[in-house]
Design a binder for this molecule. Structure first.
Ligand SMILES: Cc1cc2nc3c(=O)[nH]c(=O)nc-3n(C[C@H](O)[C@H](O)[C@H](O)COP(=O)(O)OP(=O)(O)OC[C@H]3O[C@@H](n4cnc5c(N)ncnc54)[C@H](O)[C@@H]3O)c2cc1C
Ligand code: SF4
Ligand code: SF4
Length: 407
């Protein structure tokens, strides 16, 4: 394990998943399970499903191995959840039915609405209080320490892909969690940020950062920011200031991330391929394992289900952006302008047009996955080339070849 001059272990790329903060076992063991040391998917996917994703199945290559996929919303959405609250409802039902004794997740930080506080939730109230996104790097896995000390036998972990990868490896590699029956709910995750950067970014996105209380990058090519008075500000991606396109403002971990859709979770609950409709909060559910099916069964009769929709094809749409993305990953500019790339009004027209004519449903999810994996491949290639073989799973190279992009 690399050490610095003081003898402290150097973490290298790190998404602050929380495992290394645990004191119940040595940090050098935690770090051996780090996804940034072991790479994304590959052998881990094979261990879990008995095989890696199939290179001749375009949907599986992007969305991961699944037993079932559909879109849905809770008939009675949970107030203040991120979408309709399917994740929190699964957690509540898993706890109340006795399937698990505690939930490893996040609360909001008492001093900052958007920041997180890791928690082992062991009452319905504590689980309910975990709903909603905290859009910053978050040490979810820290609370495994509390679960271990309390000798819990059955635990649900809610996390992003870096949490779930590292957890799966750790549980298998070391004895500490062998006796813990762990269920996992995964959220899709991309473009996450460091706490120290969050407000700097929000101030550049929103006309009123102080009153912002909910935000999401939506399928209509706009960021929807809800304010405390209930109004929703919609900022087109194209009209963000140029300085927000500087790759250096994002954590190295999230720019080196190759599992947007959390393919090692038992069940992934996002929104990416769901229809965006006014007054609805449709979500996208990907059931991956038998345990995922059990989790789904807990809430299935409360779901209003819909089949996936949309045309798969989005190649031309992705290709419009590839040259620009590759160039921006290769060369860091000396300065990025604080001005909007495109005036707001024009940006609104462009997002309206793209929303009307661009990919939708599974086509939008296809586009978004490909866009990010292309961006991340070239980020790693140009900025930390020594990590390329370790971090990048094979299917990413196959997808780049579909676009005739150089490896
Ligand atoms: C940074 C970020 C980017 C995302 N990007 C996408 C995307 O591009 N496409 C997509 O489909 N979905 C994305 N999601 C997930 C999506 O926003 C919702 O969390 C998901 O659809 C669940 O909605 P819900 O109403 O069921 O969640 P809720 O019932 O409100 O529950 C949300 C759960 O997620 C946990 N959580 C919140 N923040 C974090 C965090 N930082 N790390 C780990 N766990 C967290 C909460 O503690 C809670 O347990 C993203 C989430 C985050 C945090
Ligand atoms: S990502 Fe997690 S396991 Fe990896 S170095 Fe950071 S805290 Fe440790
Ligand atoms: S983008 Fe990837 S590395 Fe960053 S927090 Fe999300 S899952 Fe972890």
């Amino acid at each position: 394990m690399p050490e610095n001059k003081t003898g402290a272990i150097e973490k290298g790329i790190c998404s602050s998943c929380g495992l290394c903060s645990i004191q119940e076992w040595p940090m050098h063991e935690s770090i051996q399970s780090c996804v940034f040391k072991n790479g994304w998917l590959g052998k881990r996917e094979k261990k879990m499903f008995g095989r890696e994703r199939k290179a001749d199945n375009p949907e599986e290559m992007r969305f991961g191995i699944a037993l079932e996929r559909f879109t849905a919303q809770l008939e009675k959405p949970l107030p203040d959840a991120q979408w309709s609250g399917i994740v929190t409802n699964i957690a509540l039902k898993a706890f109340e039915s006795g399937m698990v004794e505690g939930v490893v997740t996040l609360h909001r930080n008492a001093d900052n609405h958007f920041f997180s506080q890791p928690v082992l939730a062991t009452t319905s109230e504590e689980i309910y209080a975990s709903r909603g996104n905290k859009p910053v790097l978050s040490p979810v896995l820290t609370s495994l320490q509390t679960a271990y000390r309390k000798k819990l036998r059955k635990v649900l972990v809610i996390g992003a892909a870096c949490h779930i990868h590292t957890l799966r490896d750790f549980q298998e590699r070391f004895p500490y969690l062998h006796d813990m029956d762990i269920y996992t709910v995964g959220i899709p995750c991309v473009d996450n940020v460091q706490r120290s950067r969050f407000h700097w970014i929000l101030e550049r996105m929103s006309r009123s950062p102080r009153t912002a209380c909910h935000m999401e990058f939506m399928q209509d090519f706009r960021i929807h920011i809800r304010h405390s008075d209930g109004t929703i500000e919609k900022v087109p991606f194209f009209s963000l200031p140029e300085e927000l396109s500087n790759p250096d403002i994002f954590p190295e971990s999230c720019m080196s991330c190759f599992d947007y859709l959390n393919s090692l979770s038992d069940i992934t609950v996002g929104y990416l391929a769901a229809k965006l409709l006014p007054d609805q909060n449709r979500q996208w559910v990907i059931v991956r394992t038998e345990k995922g099916k059990k989790l789904l069964n807990l809430v299935d009769d409360e779901l209003e289900r819909h089949p996936e929709h949309g045309d798969w094809e989005c190649k031309k749409f992705v290709q419009q952006n590839t040259e620009r993305i590759i160039a921006s990953m290769k060369d860091s500019k000396d300065s990025y302008s604080p001005d909007r790339k495109i005036p707001l009004r024009l940006g609104q027209v462009m997002s309206w047009l793209l929303n009307a004519t661009g990919p939708k449903g599974i086509g939008f999810a296809h586009y978004s996955v490909d866009f990010h994996l292309i961006r991340h491949y070239y980020y790693v290639k140009y900025r930390c080339p020594e990590q390329l073989t370790v971090l990048v799973p094979q299917h990413v190279r196959s997808i780049l070849q579909e676009y005739d992009l150089p490896l």
